[in-house]
Design a protein around this ligand. Structure first.
Ligand code: AMP
Length: 323
């Protein structure tokens, strides 16, 4: 499949690389890294990485203005469904490729490569680049490293396989990534205001008897702590490994977009099918949704509570002698 993708890249002189709305480091790193890798190998092509950026990710290179012609190839990264594609209309392109690591939702590109065992889209690109004997430079390698680190939460999950560690070791060695600390700092440096809000969340998270922890982060709270809505929502990744909590949920008011964004994480129960019921989706253990009221958010929490209840029963059955 990688060779087929390379043939298509060779065939088209104009290429647009897009990804999902609500940009995050893996999506952004993958599109900027793929653009720059293609340009290194084929400097005469016009390759654009498009979509809404975020000042927060200034260390991840610059995006481009979309310019189409009749013979443009579209590559969509890190996006399982058409409604979440940012900034392009798939039907306007001569040909389209999807490369993604989310569980399959729908086919909307001519060629699709999905590896839902990969912890990040950047990992798939590392494989593609290695397989197709394409070259990177230190900057591209740094982008891919940060994308992998961010989506795997620093190699925390079972997606951290020997294959991934080999890819990363080769990347660090070949491109002399000798200042990993700076790359981590790009991703994890945060203002005190966010730490204080994190403290608030720890103190006020409600935990149901079945093990769902949830917190409502209202606009008033966001203003009180002086953080932005997106950063508040992202704090969900800091609440893993709490004994009483199997699934945890942030319910964040986003007044600017008139929406309530929900982040969901799990350390056991499968959650993405619940998110799908609420205008959302995602990975088996990391999902998100968008709703329009706190009431609906609490209905989602209720559904997750049911899932947790069944999960707890199932693990009890597996080890009946433990209490
Ligand atoms: P987040 O909590 O935003 O980091 O998202 C975790 C995962 O859920 C990512 O893989 C997202 O692509 C997915 N996700 C988040 N929000 C939505 C949504 N509204 N619809 C579908 N998938 C989502």
């Amino acid at each position: 499949m990688f060779k087929k993708i390379l043939r298509l890249i060779k065939k088209y002189d104009t290429i647009v690389i897009a990804r999902h709305i609500g940009v995050d480091p893996d999506a952004l790193a993958s599109q900027v890294a793929l653009r720059d890798t293609i340009l290194l190998a084929f400097p005469n092509k016009k390759v654009m990485a498009v979509g809404n950026g975020s000042a927060k990710f200034h260390y991840m290179g610059k995006l481009d203005k979309l310019e189409l012609n009749n013979e443009t190839l579209l590559i969509i990264l890190d996006t399982p469904d058409q409604k979440r594609v940012d900034g392009v209309d798939v039907s306007e392109f001569a040909y389209s490729i999807k490369i993604d690591h989310h569980p399959f939702v729908e086919k909307f590109c001519d060629v699709e490569y999905i590896d839902d065992k990969a912890g990040s889209t950047c990992e798939i690109l590392l494989e593609l680049i290695e397989n197709c004997k394409l070259k990177m430079n230190k900057e591209i390698a740094s982008y891919l490293f940060m994308g992998v680190v961010s989506d795997t939460n620093r190699f925390l999950f079972n997606t951290a396989t020997p294959k991934l560690f080999r890819l990363i070791a080769n990347l660090i060695e070949e491109y002399q990534l000798d200042d990993l600390f700076s790359l981590y700092q790009n991703l994890y440096l945060r203002p005190m205001s966010e730490v204080r809000l994190q403290g608030y969340i720890g103190e006020h998270m409600i935990v149901t008897p079945n093990g769902v922890g949830y917190i409502e982060i209202t606009n008033d709270l966001i203003n009180q702590f002086g953080v932005d809505s997106a950063s508040a929502g992202n704090m969900i990744n800091n609440f893993n490994f709490i004994e009483e909590v199997y699934v945890w949920v942030t319910i964040t008011e986003d007044v600017k977009n008139d929406i309530i964004r929900i982040g969901i994480r799990s350390r056991g129960p499968v959650i993405n099918f619940v998110a799908e019921r609420y205008n959302g989706g995602g990975h088996v253990f990391a999902s998100g949704a968008r709703v329009t009221s706190f009431e609906t958010a609490l209905a989602l929490v209720n559904d997750l509570d049911e899932v947790c209840k069944k999960y707890k029963e199932s693990i009890k059955e597996e080890s009946p002698n433990e209490d």
